[in-house]
Write a protein that binds this ligand. Structure first.
Ligand code: AHR
Length: 565
């Protein structure tokens, strides 16, 4: 659940590296094989130290816009102040929802929006959040008073919506937020502390046509006559932990009970199972063993199996203050997502032989310590830096390389906590470097992911007084008609990477670059310097026969857009 103590992660990086070596062997094998039948274009020069080979005739899968989904929870400053400021607020708002947030979010084309948690979801009664706002009950927020160890300052909060949940932001307000931003709603149902009947009622409240039932009439009376037609329903959250400390067998039984014979109201429900904590393959294996006791058709019940993995912070845990070795350490460890996807996917395939269930990564990101300068209510809040931006890019590239397996991913969380895209405090509002990565990468949405191989010198650093190293250039590519989008992370903070970019099977006619980088690896935005770090566009020269040599800047995220002939 919380940022782990990161023992063991180094070993997993090795796995990824091994898989890259294997991929490259296969890749080189295929190049040699292709060359033998004359398919390989003659290479320009071999001067560049690095090479990217893009194989446009090797599609992986469509990059669903839902890979660009988000997550909001009633935790710290996410909902209250972050999103909901209230209709009478001096903060510009649309029906109580922060206007700046809506406008920025629309620009990055959000996929789904997961709500109300997180751990909060398994203690939330959706009925508390409907009806006239001034009549809704006030409850103690899950995060403000739990037996789990939360920061002392949060526990000492005396008042405010972060402590006493006022339920001003409930189902109807969440739906309004989704409509304003274009996001697809994704509800997380309470499995730990409510009953199946409550889940069925929530589906009815949301999806039954007005006039059909008392619950749908209540929705209509609140102003929403048309049914919400919610497809995405999460069945609990982290049920191995805050969602009930269940065993995988217990959760599989609950999953079956919660998803049996659900009313659909004509909507194709996409039910999402509460998947593993990072590398817990046992959770996946034992869950599916138990689920399938009722037969293969049980796999039809589940749209996605939701993995959670946070890259836990390094060193002192400070989001802004880290050494160069800590920069490399965290970036290298974020690459663990690659092996988590392949390993869980393999186990799922042992049971779901027809591959009906896909992977969802509905909580990911880098998790540092709360910034002491923020008000105590802003639990787990801190400014993201260039380092976090690289981690965003590595994760998005990983999901895209596995576009055949991953159908949704949601960084935790949208605003004011953990790996956020925005920071807000009363009337102050800024975007973080993570936002810039989402904006740069939006060009991939809906495109066909294609195979790309990155070959470059490794980066060396010191981890726990021992020499360590990892890949020096990584990324992903996608094709949309004649437009090829290549995104790449260059982690080396000191040296640029001169790279030959070869597109196998087409000629590059034109290229444009957008780059997020800085000479200071701690670069970030703040309320006093909101544009401290932002991407810049660059012209790129393409040789007369389509050759492209590009110099990736140190410590950078780059998007290259290539028009093919
Ligand atoms: O994102 C914060 C918390 O982290 C979520 O509530 C929980 O699901 C995870 O442990």
């Amino acid at each position: 659940m919380l940022p782990p103590a990161f023992a063991g992660s180094a070993a997993r990086i090795t796995l990824r590296e091994e898989s890259m070596i294997v991929n490259r062997r296969n890749f080189l094998g295929s190049i040699i094989a292709a060359g033998a039948v004359g398919l390989v274009a003659p290479r320009s020069s071999r001067a560049a130290e690095s090479t990217i080979e893009i194989l446009i005739n090797e599609p992986i899968g469509k990059i669903l816009p839902d890979i660009y989904s988000h997550f909001i929870e009633h935790l710290g400053g996410v909902i209250y102040d972050g999103i909901w400021v209230g209709e009478k607020s001096r903060v510009p708002n649309i029906g109580g929802i922060r206007r700046d947030l809506v406008e920025h979010l629309k620009k990055i084309k959000p996929g789904a929006m997961r709500w109300p948690g997180g751990c909060f979801a398994d203690q939330y009664d959706w009925r508390d959040g409907i009806g006239p706002r001034d009549k809704r009950p006030r409850r103690v927020n899950f995060w403000a008073d739990t037996t789990y160890k939360i920061t002392d300052s949060y526990k000492q909060l005396n008042t405010g919506p972060q402590k006493y949940e006022p339920n001003w932001f409930g189902t109807n307000e969440f739906m309004q937020f989704c409509r304003l931003t274009g996001a697809q709603p994704y509800f997380a149902a309470n499995v730990r502390s409510l009953k199946v009947k409550d889940f069925i009622d929530w589906v009815e409240y949301c999806n039954a046509p007005a006039g059909l039932t008392s619950l749908s009439d209540q929705r209509a009376a609140a102003g929403d006559k048309d049914p919400y037609n919610i497809s995405f329903w999460g069945v609990g959250n982290e049920n191995w932990g805050c969602g009930g400390d269940m065993t995988p067998e217990e959760y599989a039984t609950e999953f079956r009970r919660f998803t049996a014979w659900l009313p659909t109201y004509g909507v194709k429900l996409k039910l999402i199972g509460s998947g593993p904590n990072g590398g817990d393959l046992g959770w996946t294996r034992r869950f599916f063993t138990k689920l399938m006791e009722k037969g293969q058709r049980m796999a039809e019940r589940m749209y996605g199996w939701a993995l959670h993995y946070y890259t836990g912070t390094t060193g002192k845990g400070n989001a802004l203050d880290y050494t160069l070795d800590e920069w490399y350490d965290l970036i290298a460890r974020s690459d663990r997502m690659e092996s988590l996807i392949t390993q869980h996917w393999q186990v799922m395939g042992e049971f779901d032989t027809q591959r009906r269930v896909k992977l969802i990564v509905d909580e990911w990101g880098a998790w540092h310590l709360q910034d002491a300068s923020l008000p105590p209510g802003y639990l787990y809040g801190y400014p993201a830096t260039l380092r976090d931006a690289l981690i965003s890019a590595i994760n998005l590239d990983t999901f895209q390389r596995h576009a055949d397996k991953v159908v949704m991913a949601n960084p935790a969380q949208l605003i004011n906590t953990i790996h956020s895209l925005f920071l807000a405090y009363e009337d102050k509002f800024i975007v973080t470097p993570n936002y810039h990565v989402f904006e740069m990468y939006a060009a991939h949405q809906g495109a066909q992911a294609v195979r790309a191989e990155f070959i470059s010198p490794r980066v060396s650093f010191t981890r726990a007084d021992k020499p360590a190293d990892f890949w020096g250039l990584g990324g992903s590519a996608s094709l949309n008609g004649k437009e090829l989008t290549l995104t790449a992370v260059q982690p080396d903070a000191k040296n640029a990477r001169e790279t030959e970019v070869n597109v196998r099977g087409a000629r590059v006619m034109e290229a444009r670059a957008r780059v997020l980088s800085a000479t200071d690896i701690h670069a970030h935005n703040s309320f006093t310097n909101p544009r401290g770090l932002e991407p810049r566009d660059e012209k790129v020269n393409v040789g007369s026969s389509g050759q492209l040599v590009y110099r990736f800047q140190p410590a950078s995220v780059t998007r290259l857009q290539l028009t093919l002939g």
